[in-house]
Design a protein around this ligand. Structure first.
Ligand code: GDP
Length: 428
């Protein structure tokens, strides 16, 4: 198996839903700590263990491996109520959680008023972003606006109430202006605040904890949510999430130095999908779109929304390789393409002015108007789900992976050929 180094970041290299949960689940077996560094309950990792399916929104996927410590870094926005629902559901399914979950004292609390605001904004927006309505955007707005409330504040009830009242009043005023009633808010706030004490019992200093573990030669996995094209700075702005999803954020979002990171593994699906609004240059024609959506079960884990599907876009993955400094790639869902007789890979974009570029453009609106330049490759037309060694893959599947590696500018380290833990091919 490819050596992971001590500290590995797993990052999505498309628009999220690349199958990061599965890759984290596989790699978690050999690590001691798994930590989340950004996002909130808008992430949804689906992991299959035996015949059981687990959908995790806030707790790192590593929780499904006995004994691993799972941390939520300062970069996350924590929906306390949902967090404990998820926590208790795992306990109810027999997962031993005792002493295994830690939450950064610096993590932001996502409050019921953030959720109300998120929904109201999305409902009233002329140009929708396609958010999950989980309050993530408004919570990060309050963080950047220095109005946020953090886990550490729970230890000081007087200050907590003061800060919450100020932030809540501001949002309620805006909601009332928008004609949205806030009557239900007080009850939701009571439920959230009642969990404060319980959350405090899990509070820790994530950065020092990870640093100490690394010093003691223990292995750490930093688990990204969403994908590079949804990064607040580097994605298809404004159709992005409200946090930095890319690998550098793994350091800021947990509180370790960037020099502590040894490996960055980018997860790419063998084709491309996108949920929510915004451009998808290599989108399939409608019939193929529906076909691959069925084959790949491309419906959102958090919202159930159908995902738009398209050909593998190497302009995007090459960009992701550069932004994240990838040391390796995990290609997922290769098996979904098993029946196709021919495949296409986008290698460049023809811009609206007729010029051709191999670079991912910053101007999102021109991205909506680009025409991908495709390279055609023959399909392999045989099942791959049972394959466990690279050399046992059909020749055309190997050629497809070689081309992905070449165009993405990073070696393929793993190939996933099914949703089960065992359906993985270590490369190299
Ligand atoms: P994440 O947010 O990046 O973890 O993505 P999702 O939770 O949406 O995961 C993608 C889905 O694909 C999950 O249901 C996985 O079980 C499934 N999956 C992951 N890898 C593979 C694979 O190689 N083949 C197939 N067919 N399904 C996979």
């Amino acid at each position: 198996m490819p050596d992971q180094g001590l500290c590995t970041v797993i990052v999505g290299c498309q628009w999220g839903d690349e199958g990061k949960g599965k890759i984290v689940d596989v790699l978690a077996e050999n690590v001691d700590i798994v930590a989340r560094y950004q996002g909130g309950a808008n992430a949804g990792h689906t992991v299959h263990v035996g015949s059981a399916e687990f959908i995790l929104h806030q707790i790192p996927s590593g929780i499904l491996h006995e004994g691993k410590r799972c941390l939520l870094g300062n970069g996350v926005v924590l929906d306390v109520q949902q967090f404990f629902e998820e926590y208790d559901a795992l306990v109810a399914r027999g997962i031993d959680m005792e002493g295994r979950v830690g939450v950064s004292r610096r993590a932001q609390l996502l409050m019921p008023y953030h959720k109300m605001m998120d929904k109201a904004l999305e409902d009233s927006a002329a140009e929708k972003i396609g958010t999950t309505g989980r309050g993530i955007g408004p919570a990060y707005e309050d963080k950047a606006g220095r109005r946020g409330v953090r886990v550490a504040d729970l230890a000081n009830p007087g200050r907590l109430v003061q800060r919450i009242d100020a932030a809540k009043a501001r949002i309620c005023e805006r909601l009332n202006e928008m004609g949205v009633g806030t009557e239900e808010l007080d009850r939701a706030m009571d439920v959230t605040l009642a969990l404060g004490e319980r959350l405090l019992s899990l509070a820790t200093d994530v950065g020092p904890e990870i640093s100490a573990a690394l010093k003691a030669d223990r292995r750490v996995l930093l688990e990204g949510a969403q994908g590079t094209a949804l990064d607040l700075d580097h994605g298809t702005y404004p159709f992005v999430t409200s946090s930095n999803t890319t690998a550098a954020a793994a350091a800021t979002g947990t509180g370790i130095g960037p020099t502590s990171i040894d490996r960055v593994i980018g997860v790419v699906k063998a084709y491309t999908t996108r949920v929510g609004e915004g451009p998808l240059p290599s989108a399939f024609e409608p019939e193929m779109d529906a076909h691959i959506r069925e084959l790949g079960a491309e419906f959102g884990a958090t919202t159930g929304r159908p995902r738009r599907c398209g050909w593998f876009d190497s302009v995007l993955t090459r960009y992701a390789s550069q932004v994240n400094g990838l040391t390796g790639v995990a290609v997922t869902k290769l098996d979904v393409l098993d029946t196709l007789s021919e495949l296409q890979i986008a290698t460049a974009y023809r811009m609206p002015d007729g010029s051709v570029t191999e670079r991912f453009p910053a101007d999102t609106w021109s991205l909506s108007a680009v025409e991908p330049v495709y390279e055609t490759m023959p399909g392999w037309e045989s099942p791959t789900g049972h394959v466990r060694k690279l050399e046992d893959l059909p020749k055309n599947a190997r050629a497809y992976l070689d081309r992905i590696e070449e165009l993405t500018n990073a070696p393929v380290d793993w190939v996933s050929v099914g949703s089960k833990r065992s359906q993985i091919i270590p490369v190299g």
